[in-house]
Design a protein around this ligand. Structure first.
Ligand code: HEC
Ligand code: HEC
Ligand code: HEC
Ligand code: HEC
Length: 383
């Protein structure tokens, strides 16, 4: 899908500042990964992600005068895995020769390590750490004749003394107030696919696509959304950087550091099968019975982002432990029926609660399983 929206009602102050710029520039705006470097692939076909973004960038870079600006917002939460993601993201940006990167306050909260690594790895010609919220400074720079500035929710009203070609606003669309100066193109944060509305654009979230804007004779003449559908091939070099990320996640055994808040005891499906032979036979032919192998095949077998829904009891101190509890790998009987130790010992005395749709949708979420419907799905695994 491509949305083409002409930019109207833009200030006409511009030409004076960068008027010499005669040729067309294609400006690509990406960002907003928020921890989703690659789609999980729970439902095929997969779209979006850093490896498809890389393919798109390389294609555009071959075809003329391109300025690529990344608006940051790389990770969603602090921690070692986020740091590895930030490094992976930045390294890919560096490999693709990004022109400018603006880290957001959210990126800054993930720690200086992220910014230091990001700065050196992305090798961007221009980097802005987020505008200083206390002193309300706003930073400006030029990249290939385009003036780029950043502002955040605190600093926006102070603003620059003159309009810039692109303002990267570190905040939600609803938080932006233009103040005295009307910048030519304003990039804000939104959820979902990228958006273009007049001179307000956003790369959206989870790397679903980018915004492509045309800059001609000192003015933006158009802006549109370009999505990254499944047909876009994954860039091999970006893929090898990403594979290295997965390798590090595995090597560093991040899966052993997950927070376990429950103490429920899980005994594993094999123990249930002794008494429920017929159901066991039926279960063994469902996809639940191989859900962990699915992750291993995709190199995500030790990825804390994936295991919660593909094994039994990752949130419990008595649940799945990496490489030590093969009986708790896969979506097991207890993933749906709950911990069954007491029931297995005294089945007449301890009954297990009824399983309803509520249980299914803890894993079959709208983003992981968009086609989920209890009736039709239960039919496939009924016992
Ligand atoms: C919130 C729960 C959840 C998380 C987290 C999760 N998955 Fe899944 N995954 C599912 C569900 C549910 C399905 C089955 C979806 C369907 O068929 O409707 C699935 C299916 C899959 C499949 C099979 C797709 C197919 O068509 O054969 C793959 C591959 C997969 N997931 C990979 C991953 C990876 C990789 C991650 C981590 C990056 C991950 N999953 C994280 C719930 C999850
Ligand atoms: C602990 C997480 C979890 C729970 C709870 C769960 N599922 Fe799943 N389900 C998965 C995962 C993961 C897959 C994909 C496994 C794979 O392909 O490797 C899946 C796959 C399926 C599939 C196969 C989809 C296909 O296209 O063949 C069906 C059907 C299904 N689930 C139905 C259900 C129903 C019905 C419930 C509730 C009664 C339920 N699931 C509860 C995680 C879960
Ligand atoms: C020692 C044999 C035995 C084991 C082991 C066992 N069950 Fe059962 N299960 C039974 C019997 C017998 C019933 C029927 C109880 C009744 O009708 O009062 C039953 C009933 C059930 C029911 C229906 C609801 C209920 O509680 O009556 C579910 C669900 C169930 N079992 C799941 C499991 C799961 C999951 C496991 C493994 C964690 C498991 N069972 C292990 C013997 C066993
Ligand atoms: C994807 C979720 C899911 C998984 C995995 C699952 N069940 Fe069930 N099971 C259900 C649902 C839903 C029902 C029907 C509602 C109920 O009785 O709670 C059910 C019903 C049952 C019943 C009662 C059947 C009856 O006739 O009353 C038993 C016994 C049972 N399951 C045992 C098992 C055993 C043993 C396993 C593992 C080999 C298993 N289940 C795996 C969801 C699941």
């Amino acid at each position: 899908m491509k949305l083409i929206v002409p930019l109207i009602g833009l200030g006409c102050l511009s030409a004076g500042l960068w008027g010499e710029q005669a040729s067309d520039v294609t400006v690509i705006i990406s960002g907003g990964a928020r921890g989703h470097l690659s789609p999980c692939g729970c439902t095929k076909p997969m779209s979006g992600g850093l490896m498809r973004l890389a393919t798109l960038i390389r294609q555009y870079k071959k075809s003329g005068n391109v300025v690529w600006i990344d608006a940051g917002d790389i990770t969603a939460e602090p921690g070692r895995q986020s740091q590895l993601k930030a490094e992976t993201y930045s390294e890919t940006l560096g490999d693709l020769q990004v022109d400018a990167v603006a880290y957001t306050s959210s990126d800054q909260r993930q720690g200086m390590g992220l910014l230091t690594a990001g700065t050196s790895l992305s090798r961007a010609k221009w980097i802005s750490d987020t505008p200083d919220p206390i002193n309300m400074t706003v930073r400006e720079s030029t990249t290939q004749g385009l003036s780029i500035s950043t502002a955040n929710t605190q600093g926006q009203s102070v603003g620059l003394e003159r309009p810039s070609d692109i303002l990267l606003f570190d905040g939600r669309e609803s938080e932006y107030t233009s103040g005295r100066i009307e910048h030519k193109l304003i990039v804000t944060n939104t959820d979902g696919i990228p958006t273009v509305a007049g001179n307000r654009v956003s790369p959206g979230s989870n790397l679903r696509g980018v915004v492509i804007a045309k800059f001609h004779n000192g003015e933006f003449v158009s802006a549109r959304v370009e999505l990254l559908p499944a047909e876009v091939k994954e860039d091999p070099r970006a893929k090898s950087i990403y594979d290295n990320y997965l390798h590090r996640v595995t090597e560093e055994k991040l899966i052993e550091r997950v927070l376990r808040e429950s103490k429920e005891v899980y005994i594993g499906s094999k123990n249930c099968m002794n008494c429920h032979g017929k159901i066991a036979e039926q279960y063994s032919h469902t996809k639940h019975a191989t859900a962990y192998q699915t992750l291993v095949k995709e190199k995500h077998g030790a990825d804390p982002d994936c295991l919660p829904c593909h094994v039994v009891g990752l949130n419990s101190t008595n649940g799945f432990v990496y490489q030590r509890t093969p009986s708790l790998a896969q979506v097991g009987c207890e993933s749906c029926h709950g911990p069954g130790q007491d029931h297995a010992r005294w089945p007449k005395k301890f009954k297990l609660p009824k399983v309803t749709n509520e249980k299914c949708i803890t894993c079959h979420t709208p983003s992981n399983s968009p086609n989920f419907n209890f009736q039709s799905y239960w039919k496939k695994i009924k016992h």
